[in-house]
Design a binder for this molecule. Structure first.
Ligand code: FAD
Length: 522
C-alpha cells in the first residue's frame, strides 16, 4: 500500500459532517458523532489525502469521476464490518463501495460522498489449496481482494493446479470479476468464473459476515455471483481447481465470411477437444496484434493479413483456438489440432500457430496499469442472442462499426453455451441456448470519448429498434426503468434480495441501481 497519512481528528469531523450533512442527519453540529467514530478502531485507517482521493475518484475507464468523503484502508475484514455497521447505524446511511483493482470503466467502484474501501490494503493472504474430502476435487480459498494473476501463480507453481475459467486479463480481483461474471475463451466449456465458485464468505450490507454456498445460505450465494456488488462484499471465495496443463497450442485462423466464421466458432465450442475459443473482428484500426497479445504475429504475417484486409473491404474475422497439453499428450497434440481444424472454412493459408508455456498463454495480456491514466476507455460489452446474429452483423458490425471504422482496440465476438450459466445467479444473459459476446474495447483520448459514446448509443438504439434482445455485460444504466429491463424476469428477486441483504442500500452505489443519486459523467 502507498504511504497515506491518516486523517486527523478534525478531518474525521469534517468527513462525518459531510456525510451527515449529505444524509441530512447532522442537526445540530457537533453532535455525539465525532466521539462515536473516534472510538472505532477504523478511524486511523480512514484517509482523504489528495492521492487517495484521486485514485478512488477514477477508474480504468477514466469516464466517470466521483469523489468519496474518505477512503478506508482496511487492515482486516473486521474493519470492513465496522464501517458497514457504522453506516447502518446512521439514520441516513452513507454509501460504501469496495474497490478491487479499479478496472471498472464507469465508476462502478466509486462512492460519491461515501467511503471507498480499498481492498488492496488488506494484508497479503496465502492462497490455501485443499482437496474436497468426499467429492475429490481440489479448490483454492482466496481473498476477494486477490488478483487472479496471484491466484494462478500460487496454485500452479506450488501445487500444479489452476482455476479452469479465466478472464483475458489477470490483473483483476476475484471479488471484482465474481461481481460481474468473469468471461473468456474457457467459458463455453466451464462456464464463467461465477460458475466455478463453491463457497464464499460475504459481509452483507447489514455488516453480517456470512458463509454461503449452493447449500448454505444459498440465497446470498446466488445473489452475490454476478450481483454487481449489491448484496455483500466478497472477502473469501472457494474456487474450483484442476490439474494445470503445462503447455498450449495456440492457433489463429482468419475468415473473410461472417457466416463461416460463426459456424466454425459454434462447431469448435460443441466438439470435444478445444480448451479455449474466442473470436474477433479485424479492421485497419483494430489490427491483429493488439494489447490482448501484442506479439502473436510476426511482421511478415501482419503484412500478409493487411493485404487480405485491403482486399476484403477492410473487415476480417479471426478465431483463436487453444488446446492445452503436457508431456503425456505431447506426442498426439499436433495430430489433435490437425483433426480439429481440418474441416474449418478459414481463408486458405491463413492459419497461424504458436506453442507456448501455459503460463505465457494465460498471462498473455501484460499489466496495463501504466497505460491507465492518460486515456479513456468507453467500452461496450454486449451479449447477443444467436437467433439474431445476421441482423446484428449487418446492422451493428457492418453498418455501425464498419461504417464508422474508428474503433481502436480489440473487437471481440465469440459464443457461449447458456447451460453453463446458473440462472439462480444474479448475472443475466439472453434467453437462448447459444449467445455471443461483443466486446468493443475502445481506447481513445479523453476528448474523443463523446464520439465513441455516440457510437455505443447508436448500437444500443439499433438493437432496441430491431427487437434484438441484447444484454449488457458490465452493465451501465442511468434509469431504474433500464435496470428493470436489463434484469427482466430476475428484477423482482434482485430487488427482494437487496431488501434482505442490504436494506439500507449502502453497498456499491457507483452501480447506480437503487439509490436516487444520478452519477453524472464528467
Ligand atoms: P472494481 O472495478 O474495483 O469493482 C467492480 C465492481 O465490483 C464494483 O461495483 C465494486 O464495488 C465491486 N467489487 C469489487 N470487489 C468486490 C468484492 N470483493 N465484493 C463485492 N463487490 C466487489 N471482464 C471479463 O469478464 N473478462 C475479461 O476478459 C476482462 N478483461 C478485462 C481487461 C481489462 C484491461 C479491463 C480493464 C477489464 C476487463 N474485464 C474483463 C472487466 C472486469 O472483469 C471488471 O471491470 C471487473 O469488475 C474489474 O475487477 P476489479 O477488481 O478492478 O473491480
Amino acid at each position: 500500500m502507498a504511504n497515506h497519512s491518516p486523517i486527523s481528528s478534525s478531518q474525521i469531523l469534517t468527513i462525518l459532517t459531510y456525510l451527515l450533512c449529505v444524509s441530512g442527519e447532522l442537526m445540530p453540529w457537533p453532535t455525539a458523532i465525532p466521539s462515536h467514530i473516534q472510538s472505532l478502531d477504523i478511524a486511523s485507517r480512514l484517509h482523504n489525502d489528495v492521492d487517495s482521493m484521486k485514485r478512488a475518484s477514477n477508474d480504468y475507464g477514466n469516464l466517470v469521476h466521483e469523489a468519496p468523503s474518505a477512503i478506508l484502508y482496511p487492515s482486516s475484514i473486521a474493519d470492513i464490518i465496522d464501517l458497514v455497521k457504522f453506516s447502518n447505524n446512521c439514520s441516513t446511511p452513507f454509501g460504501v463501495s469496495v474497490r478491487g483493482h479499479g478496472h471498472s470503466v464507469r465508476g462502478q467502484a466509486m462512492a460519491r460522498g461515501g467511503v471507498v474501501v480499498d481492498m488492496s490494503s488488506l494484508p497479503t493472504r496465502n492462497v490455501r489449496v485443499s482437496r474436497h474430502p468426499t467429492l475429490g476435487f481440489h479448490y483454492a480459498d482466496v481473498g476477494g481482494e486477490q488478483l487472479w494473476v496471484d491466484v494462478l501463480r500460487a496454485t500452479a507453481s506450488e501445487h500444479g493446479l489452476a482455476p479452469v475459467s479465466w478472464t483475458d486479463y489477470l490483473y483483476l480481483t476475484v471479488g471484482g470479476t465474481l461481481s460481474n461474471g468473469g468471461i473468456s475463451g474457457q467459458a463455453f466449456l466451464h462456464g464463467p468464473q461465477i460458475s466455478n465458485v463453491v463457497e464464499m464468505d460475504v459481509v452483507t450490507g447489514k455488516g453480517d459476515l456470512i458463509t454461503c454456498s449452493h447449500h448454505m445460505n444459498s440465497e446470498l450465494f446466488f445473489a452475490v455471483l454476478g450481483g454487481l456488488g449489491q448484496f455483500g462484499i466478497i472477502v473469501r471465495a472457494r474456487i474450483i481447481l484442476d490439474k494445470a496443463p503445462t503447455r498450449a497450442k495456440w492457433v489463429r485462423m482468419i475468415y473473410s465470411d461472417f457466416s463461416k466464421f460463426t459456424r466454425d466458432e459454434e462447431h469448435l465450442i460443441s466438439i470435444n477437444g478445444a480448451n479455449y475459443v474466442e473470436g474477433s473482428l479485424l479492421t485497419d484500426k483494430s489490427p491483429p496484434n493488439n494489447w490482448r497479445s501484442s506479439s502473436f504475429y510476426s511482421s511478415y504475417h501482419q503484412s500478409k493479413i493487411a493485404t487480405l484486409l485491403k482486399n476484403n473491404q477492410g473487415l476480417l474475422y479471426s478465431i483463436e483456438l487453444v488446446k492445452y497439453y503436457d508431456h503425456l499428450t505431447a506426442h498426439t497434440i499436433d495430430q489433435e489440432i490437425e483433426m480439429m481444424v481440418e474441416n474449418l472454412s478459414f481463408v486458405d493459408g491463413f492459419i497461424f500457430m504458436k506453442d507456448v508455456p501455459m503460463m505465457d498463454f494465460l498471462a498473455r495480456v501484460g499489466n496495463l496499469e501504466a497505460e491507465k491514466e492518460a486515456q479513456a476507455h468507453p467500452w461496450l460489452n454486449l451479449f447477443v442472442p444467436k437467433s439474431r446474429l445476421l441482423d446484428f452483423h449487418s446492422g451493428v458490425l457492418i453498418n455501425i462499426i464498419g461504417r464508422h471504422n474508428q474503433t481502436t482496440g480489440p473487437i471481440l465476438f465469440y459464443p457461449f453455451h447458456r447451460k453453463k450459466w446458473d440462472d439462480r445467479m444474479s448475472a443475466v444473459t439472453p434467453d437462448e441456448d447459444i449467445f455471443y459476446t461483443l466486446g468493443l474495447l475502445h481506447t481513445c483520448g479523453a476528448h474523443e470519448r463523446g464520439y465513441f459514446e455516440a457510437q455505443n448509443n447508436e448500437i444500443i438504439k439499433f438493437c432496441e429498434e430491431a427487437g434484438i434482445e441484447i444484454k449488457q455485460y458490465l452493465p451501465h444504466y442511468k434509469s431504474r426503468r433500464d435496470w428493470m429491463k436489463h434484469f427482466g424476469g430476475k428484477w423482482e428477486s434482485f430487488e427482494e434480495r437487496k431488501m434482505e441483504f442490504d436494506p439500507r442500500m449502502i453497498l456499491s452505489r457507483g452501480q447506480n441501481i437503487f439509490d436516487s443519486v444520478t452519477y453524472s459523467d464528467i
